[in-house]
Ligand binder design. Structure first.
Ligand code: FES
Length: 158
């Protein structure tokens, strides 16, 4: 028995999106995104759930989910920091932010802190080069960052 199902709100959202994307291939990303918003990652059970909803084979859903780096295929920390490592951000100090994460939280890209609070990723350009260096925290962009502003933000994460 599959243990994953959408919340009532996400099922409603799924049905609304389905009207916009009647093709099951084009509905794959919105369906997976709802899963990740709900549980923080895309579990194997959730892939089977999505496959059943879209009348696809589970391996097809896995192919989509594993292709896009924004989908987490295993549980991650409560707070997901995605630091841009591309040229503008690198030149403006992203390496200092990366070092700060290692020195203070003790995690490098791809790792989750021992208490499960933070997960750290390095990603390619997120299209906010004018605000370099930048990162996203649970999807919200934070631009023109410094070690000090990162430290302050992490302290605010409860
Ligand atoms: S280089 Fe970092 S957002 Fe573009």
């Amino acid at each position: 028995m599959n243990t994953f199902t959408y919340t009532k709100e996400n099922e409603e959202s799924f049905q609304i999106q389905l009207k916009k994307y009647p093709n099951s291939d084009s509905m794959m990303l919105p369906a997976l995104w709802l899963v990740q918003e709900q549980i923080g990652w895309v579990s194997p059970e959730a892939m089977i759930f999505v496959a059943n909803k879209l009348k696809k084979a589970p391996i097809e859903v896995h192919s989509f989910a594993s292709f896009y780096t924004m989908f987490n295929l295993k549980p991650i920390g409560t707070y997901h920091i995605e630091l841009c490592k591309t040229l503008s951000c690198m030149m403006m100090g992203s390496r200092d932010l990366k070092k700060f994460m290692k020195d203070t939280i003790g995690i490098e890209p791809g790792q989750t802190s021992e208490d499960g609070k933070f997960h750290f990723s390095e990603v390619e350009c997120m299209g906010a080069c004018g605000g370099a260096p930048m990162f996203s925290l649970n999807g919200a962009y934070h631009e023109n960052q410094s070690v000090e502003s990162l430290e302050k933000l992490l302290k605010e994460c409860k």
